[in-house]
Design a protein around this ligand. Structure first.
Ligand code: ADE
Length: 243
């Protein structure tokens, strides 16, 4: 999959060259290109922004270099790309959006800086996405977060194909607690069931603990999780336990 970032700070992509993502880039399972809209300016100061029409403080990113950068990428790439503007006004990013993006051939992420974008930049994109209800200095960390969450769902990026399936959020529940050696650490014991070798019992325990964790930490997720009759019974027990 190809990721493109339009940013005044193309060095942000260097942060992606670590761990499994560095390996995925090396074996070309993932491709990342950062393009600076300043390359598409022609004035002496190479300005990408200007003062707002109607007055007021701050600067506004011009649609001219942004549009030229997008056209440059479109001309260079084989197929189309899904274009996303990063802004706190966008739809909140989550795991299901990462799954949707992972099915694309190309994703173009446009980062803002300064006070805002000329409204006509909004007309150049397919959707607007936010990382959450807070304001960053620019969209760059949002872009790298989205790339990381999306790329790890692609075939060949995670070593163990199973590990993206059972984790928090992809099952609709938070993940169950995990333990490794030693069996006792500073008086804290690993739950005996995990040492029992009984796979059916272990699976039941894990499901129960995933439900418990979700019930206490993220009850909002239970409204959309796929639950069995046994899950519902367990949740009823948890309700009683808390009462
Ligand atoms: N740019 C500034 N704040 C942002 C946010 N919360 N999400 C995405 N892009 C942003």
């Amino acid at each position: 999959m190809r990721f493109e970032i339009i940013t005044l700070f193309p060095e942000v992509v260097d942060h992606l060259r670590v761990g499994l993502l560095a390996k995925a880039l090396d074996k070309e399972a993932v491709e990342v290109e950062a393009l600076n809209p300043r390359e598409f300016t022609h004035d002496k100061h190479r300005s990408v922004d200007d003062s707002p029409y109607g007055g007021g403080s701050g600067m506004v990113l011009s649609p001219v270099p942004m549009g030229a950068a997008l056209q440059h990428l479109d001309a260079k790439r084989e197929g189309p790309s899904h274009k996303v503007l990063l802004t706190p006004q966008g739809t909140r990013f989550d795991q299901s959006m990462a799954e949707r993006f992972a099915s694309l051939d190309a994703l173009t992420l446009i980062c803002g800086r300064y006070e805002g974008f000329d409204e006509r930049i909004r007309g150049m994109v397919d959707e607007e996405v936010s990382l959450g209800d807070f304001v960053l200095l620019g969209g760059e960390t949002a872009a790298t977060t989205i790339i990381e969450a999306t790329a790890r769902l692609l075939p060949g990026v995670l070593g163990n194909a199973h590990s993206a399936v059972e984790e928090s959020h992809s099952t609709g529940l938070l993940e169950h607690p995990q333990y490794t050696r030693p069996a006792t650490y500073e008086g804290q014991e690993v739950p005996a069931v995990l040492l029992s070798g009984n796979h059916a019992l272990i699976a039941r325990w894990r499901r129960k603990e995933a439900l418990r964790r979700t019930f206490y930490r993220r009850p909002d997720m239970l409204a959309t999780a796929t639950l069995t009759d046994e899950d519902r019974k367990l949740l009823a027990e948890l309700e009683e336990e808390r009462a």
